[in-house]
Ligand binder design. Structure first.
Ligand SMILES: Nc1nc2c(ncn2[C@@H]2O[C@H](COP(=O)(O)OP(=O)(O)OP(=O)(O)O)[C@@H](O)[C@H]2O)c(=O)[nH]1
Ligand SMILES: [Mg+2]
Length: 1138
């Protein structure tokens, strides 16, 4: 196959109906990159001998070493089928969970995907995850069942067994698709129902609920994978073969004289061939017959493998001639049977043909983009398509047309920014020299040579006598001209080096993008729309036809830039392009300063930003980094910025403490980020802290049994001293704590008193809060705009319904005496106003709640109005860092039971807050003598009109006392600040009054292991505090699948340890799952006789929670209570005895 020229690719880019944008998705190691190699070799980019070994798209060194893909990369391929030509923009994606964000960037640019499944391992966790991602992006999948050779060579299954095994895998994968589809249909149906309900108010009794009705109406047949529909290919990428059943249907229809259509329907399934009657009959197993698939397909493949593996030369030759193949002498004589197999199979059933024809037949071209997908892409967050401005809605047709006419608006989506080696850019690449250039260079070289000769001759003459005696000493005195020349030469080389270095330092970034409409040109000006851009806002200022230039009025989240370079992405290579029409994937240079990670580009200001990518992984592993040499700090900061731009998922933070922190999705991701930082972006040596493990703090109900499982209250307490000592240190003077845990505390100026109680939230409520954090944030925004009387965004009915539903669910879960009316009294969520903790108010005269946006808004006019923000802020601070080790709280409910502000407190604050108002009222006072009871007036009068005694309804002594108090209070700073601090303290003490617990982040972990290493896997799991949830055997294999949970804190090195202990036979996948309470009490000390007996006085046996807590405290530089020397006397005696 000859290499396709760039010119040909450019021509193909213009035929939109022949374009297929596809990505390859699968679980880790199922063979995506190997399959991509086979497809690439069909275009002659790599040799077919190397296909599968080279892993061409794994261009990074660490990808090659580790053997896993870490980034998604694209390549364009040319495919001819019959008289149709296709351009296939293929994106290979990583399968490792740590890089699942790269999968998100790939699926966004595609219209279809190839799902690869390992025939032995079957459906794995990431297979499900990628199917879900494809589903969420509305792209259509086809299936490749890969590594079928393993069924023959490793598992040694018979063709019949293999058929059942494959059938099983298909069932599994269809079950996953079915589940995705059903949930969506039910959701849509519920939506429709609620809409129709709101239109026609039928009596509730009339409705009959038929849950399956929606499912029956919808045609979902195209969704399922089935060989007879042509969307499944069976393959072995490593051996270079693959087929869809239509290939065999065609072949055998001639041989046995059955119509291809009939064969196509029956080749897969429970049918068998009745040779006597020349008929295909249904039902095989019951009659002990071979299914057609086994007889006509698998048997052949099996016998070929058998012949080659047994080196049966005669049989091989027979097969080769009967198939009409030509095998090169080198391959047929090769000692490795794999090479022979590859040579035969890749000719007999070339995998690239099978896969690419399936792609072209079954996957849509960019023209077939569905209205549903367009609407989804255009609506950010909870917005509906109808609420977009009309100019924006019109753009939908541009998407659907995917037109490459000059008049079509240009819409481009950038899904990630990736760094490339400056040398890889087409204009930096060495190109072949022209004849003239060669002649010119030759001339120059001749001149140089002549000069050198002349110089040498001169040198020899002048230097001869001294150089003989002292070669080093006087050697320099000689030829000055030569030296000068040398020097200038050096300077030149130094400067050229400097400029080269400069070029090296500037890490060029290329945008990974797709054109959804219009044609982009090199040098074109275009709008860059950030994720928060709102077209409605800019359409006031600009017309929708306004061209992109630099001199435009400022619109938030919109800038204008020039597309400096356009590239055709060819794996490791880039090719320059002048223009790219709609429907193609491309690289764009020059966006580095405008786009951080992803963006929407358009020539129309009416274009909305695309919905953000769906990321499946949560970044959880944190480390602090610092340069080895402190002077390298600027490079580190710059490097971290670049890293942030280059990776879709990494988070780069500078903490309040000044630490530079990287947050990554897992250990492998962390390693890659650090390597990149060291070698590419910062180019300095760095030191990395141990992983910072996040914890949460919470409280629980008092335990019913003690540490030795005795019921509490029944035993004798022998060490009450301990306990009281602890308590004393916890609660200082001036703070009252009652037996119920209600903490009462006053502000430093004694003008306000707060009573706060902490309670654990039920687990379901915490979960609900976590799941709905986006909704809570939206509520918060709505409430703020309501409070500020701003013309708020029109509240979308769907959002309101979701809020109502959320409220209802909370009410259902907060039942019982303790929680009476609690939901109505929710004042705030925290931390950051959207976290999993609740603040309630439970005192007279206050009504504000978070449900304002539902319409029952109450204008608060009570005395508390001015300060309620301070209380909420205090709560936010308290929930952001708890008392145990300054980690955020989770699942705690604080109730403000009492809030008293005495008069002076009120006055004080208003006087400091509203001093402007004071002057105004002064005037008013002089005019009319009666005073209002407003506190502002009182303060004014107290301070400035003391002599006007009849107008002040208070005695002079009282007044002066108040004044004194006011002055005293002033030294504590603004009242609102005091309230914040007091509220925070109150919350912390309220927490400490209850049994506190740490919560650990947990991974779920799936491990596949064979029976013989199962024991070792369990040993590693239990050593690391893991808990096995489930263990099941994969049907038809001896592989066990173990599902377990494992604390993140214990997970470092886990994957490595498992791999080592099992000699690589088991490898785990870790994904963050949830937070779990660590049952032990970090402050626990033995208090009862039994506990003393069991744990000893010091109780220094392992207390996991305390260990974690102290580690965090140490890291944060907080005080850690540690006994260093317990019995010092003993040491003294020892030394004396010596
Ligand atoms: N026996 C067999 N091995 C295969 C086949 N295809 C791929 N492999 C092997 O499986 C391993 C993983 O292949 P890759 O192509 O790197 O897998 P991948 O899906 O790209 O992996 P990630 O990108 O890391 O998710 C390699 O060692 C391949 O040689 C196959 O058809 N049969
Ligand atoms: Mg790969």
């Amino acid at each position: 196959m000859v290499l396709t020229s760039v010119g040909k690719m450019v021509a193909l880019q213009k035929q939109t109906s022949g374009i297929r944008n596809i990505c390859i998705l699968a679980h880790v190691d199922h063979g995506k990159t190997t399959l991509a190699d086979c497809l690439i070799s069909s275009n002659g980019i790599i040799s077919s001998r190397l296909a599968g070994k080279l892993r061409y798209l794994d261009s990074r060194e660490d990808e090659q070493i580790r053997g896993i893909t870490m980034k998604s990369s694209a390549i364009s391929l040319h495919f001819v089928k019959g008289d149709q030509e296709y351009l296939i923009n293929l994106i290979d994606s990583p399968g490792h969970v740590d890089f699942s964000s790269e999968v998100s960037t790939a699926v966004r640019l595609c219209d279809g995907c190839i799902i690869v499944v390992d025939a032995v391992e079957g459906v794995c966790p990431q297979t499900q995850a990628v199917l879900r991602q494809a589903w969420l992006e509305n792209i259509r999948p086809v299936l490749v069942i890969n590594k079928i050779d393993r069924l023959i060579v490793e598992l040694k299954l018979t063709p019949q067994e293999a058929y059942l095994h494959l059938k099983n895998i298909l069932e599994q994968i269809n079950a996953v698709t079915g589940a995705l589809f059903t949930s969506k249909v039910l959701e849509e149906r519920a939506e429709k129902e609620s809409e129709s309900e709101s239109i026609s108010d039928t009596a509730p009794g009339d409705q009959i609920y038929d849950w399956s009705a929606g499912l029956e109406d919808t045609d979902d047949s195209h969704l399922y994978f089935s060989p007879d529909r042509g969307n499944v290919v069976f393959a072995s990428a490593v051996d270079g073969w693959g087929f869809g059943i239509e290939h065999f249907a065609k072949l055998y229809s001639q041989k046995i004289g059955i119509k291809p259509a009939v064969l196509l329907k029956t080749l897969w399934g429970d049918y068998y061939l009745n040779t006597k009657a020349k008929k295909i009959m249904k039902g095989d197993q019951s009659k002990g017959k071979k299914p057609l698939f086994v007889q006509l397909v698998l048997d052949n493949i099996w016998s070929l493998y058998e012949a080659v593996m047994k080196r049966d030369k005669e049989k091989i030759e027979k097969i080769v001639t009967s198939l009409g193949l030509k095998i090169g002498a080198r391959e047929s004589r090769h000692t490795d049977p794999k090479v022979q197999l590859n040579a035969i199979c890749s000719q007999w059933l070339p995998i690239s043909d099978a896969v690419l024809s399936m792609v072209c037949n079954k996957l849509p071209s960019p023209l077939d983009i569905t209205a549903e997908r367009v609407e989804k892409l255009m609506c950010v967050g909870a917005r509906t398509f109808d609420s977009l401005p009309p100019e924006t809605q019109e753009l939908k047709s541009a998407f659907m047309k995917c037109s490459s006419e000059g008049t079509a608006p240009v819409i481009v989506f950038v899904s990630k920014m990736f760094p490339v080696d400056a040398k890889a850019l087409p204009h930096n690449k060495p190109r072949p020299l022209t004849q003239e250039e060669i002649a010119h260079r030759r001339e120059l070289a001749k001149q140089r040579h002549a000069e050198k000769l002349a110089a040498n001759q001169g040198k020899e003459l002048s230097e001869k006598p001294p150089s003989e005696n002292s070669p080093e000493g006087t050697g320099n005195t000689g030829d000055t001209k030569g030296e000068e020349q040398q020097l200038t030469g050096q300077v030149e080389s130094v400067t050229s080096k400097a400029t080269k270095q400069e070029a090296d330092n500037k890490e060029p970034f290329i945008a990974f993008a797709r054109v959804f409409s219009g044609v982009v040109h090199k040098g074109q000006k275009i709008f860059v729309l950030g994720p928060k851009y709102d077209p409605a806002e800019s359409l006031h200022k600009l017309s929708s036809q306004c061209p992109a230039t630099d001199e435009l009025p400022l619109v938030p989240h919109m800038t204008c830039c020039t597309l400096e370079n356009l590239y055709l992405l060819m794996g490791r290579e880039l090719e320059d392009l002048e223009e790219v029409p709609a429907g193609n994937v491309l690289g764009i240079g020059g966006l580095q300063d405008f786009v951080l990670k992803s963006a929407t580009l358009s020539t129309s200001p009416a274009c909305p930003p695309f919905t953000p990518l769906n990321f499946e992984a949560t970044p959880i592993v944190r480390v602090a980094v610092e340069p080895k040499h402190p002077s390298d700090m600027p490079q580190l900061v710059r490097g971290m910025k670049l890293l942030n731009q280059a990776d879709p998922c990494v988070q780069v933070l500078i903490q309040e403490t000044g630490e530079h922190v990287l947050v990554t999705a897992g250990e492998v991701h962390l390693q890659r980020c650090l390597d990149d930082l060291k070698e590419r972006f910062a180019k300095i040596q760095i030191s990395v802290s141990a992983p910072i493990i996040p914890f949460r703090e919470t409280i629980t109900r008092p335990p019913k049994v003690d540490m030795v499982n005795e019921e509490i209250g029944k035993q004798q307490k022998v060490a009450v001293i301990h306990q009281t000592k602890e308590d004393q240190t916890k609660i200082p003077e001036g703070i009252q704590v009652d037996s119920d845990g209600l903490v009462t505390i006053s502000t430093p100026n004694k003008q306000a008193t707060l009573s706060v109680k902490a309670m654990p939230l039920p687990e379901e409520v915490t979960r609900l809060l976590e799941e709905n954090s986006d909704l809570i944030r939206t509520m918060e925004q709505l409430n703020t705009s309501l409070n500020e009387d701003k013309k708020s965004h029109e509240i979308n009915q769907k959002t309101l319904d979701r809020i109502k539903e959320f409220k209802q669910k909370l009410e259902q879960n907060l039942q019982g005496r303790k929680w009476r009316n609690a939901v109505d009294h929710i004042w705030s969520f925290g931390p950051r106003k959207c976290g999993p903790n609740i603040l309630l108010h439970n005192f007279e005269g206050y009504k504000r709640s978070v449900w304002q946006c539902l319409g029952n808004s109450v204008k608060e006019v009570s005395k508390y109005r001015d300060f309620d923000n301070s209380i909420v802020s205090g709560f936010q601070l308290a929930t952001l860092s708890g008392p145990m080790c300054e980690e955020p709280l989770m699942g705690v409910c604080f109730t403000v039971e009492k809030w008293e502000i005495n008069k002076v407190g009120e006055m004080l604050s208003t006087s400091t807050q509203d001093s402007g108002e004071c002057d105004a009222t002064e005037h008013k006072q002089s005019e009319d003598t009666t005073l209002t009871s407003s506190c502002t007036d009182e303060v004014c009068s107290a301070n400035e009109h003391q002599d006007n005694s009849q107008s002040v309804p208070k005695s002079p002594e009282k007044m002066s006392k108040h004044k004194g108090e006011a002055l005293l209070a002033d030294c504590y700073g603004p009242f609102s600040g005091q309230l914040i601090a007091t509220m925070k303290e109150a919350c912390r003490y309220a927490l400490q009054a209850k049994p506190q617990r740490l919560m650990a982040a947990m991974y779920t972990c799936e491990i596949m292991a064979t029976a013989e290493v199962l024991g070792r896997v369990y040993a590693v799991l239990s050593k690391r505090e893991g808990r096995v949830l489930q263990e099941e055997m994969k049907e038809g294999t001896d592989v066990f699948i173990i599902k377990a949970v494992l604390p993140v804190a214990e997970s470092f090195g886990f994957a490595d340890e498992i791999r080592k202990r099992t000699s690589g036979l088991a490898s785990p996948q870790l994904v963050f799952s949830h937070w779990e309470i660590i049952s032990s009490d970090p402050f626990w000390v033995p208090t009862t006789e039994e506990e003393y007996l069991h744990f000893g006085e010091k109780a220094d046996s392992e207390n996991q929670a305390r260990k974690y807590m102290n580690a965090v405290r140490k890291r944060k530089g907080l005080y850690v209570e540690e006994k260093i020397v317990e019995h010092a006397e003993k040491q003294r005696t020892l030394s004396k005895n010596k």
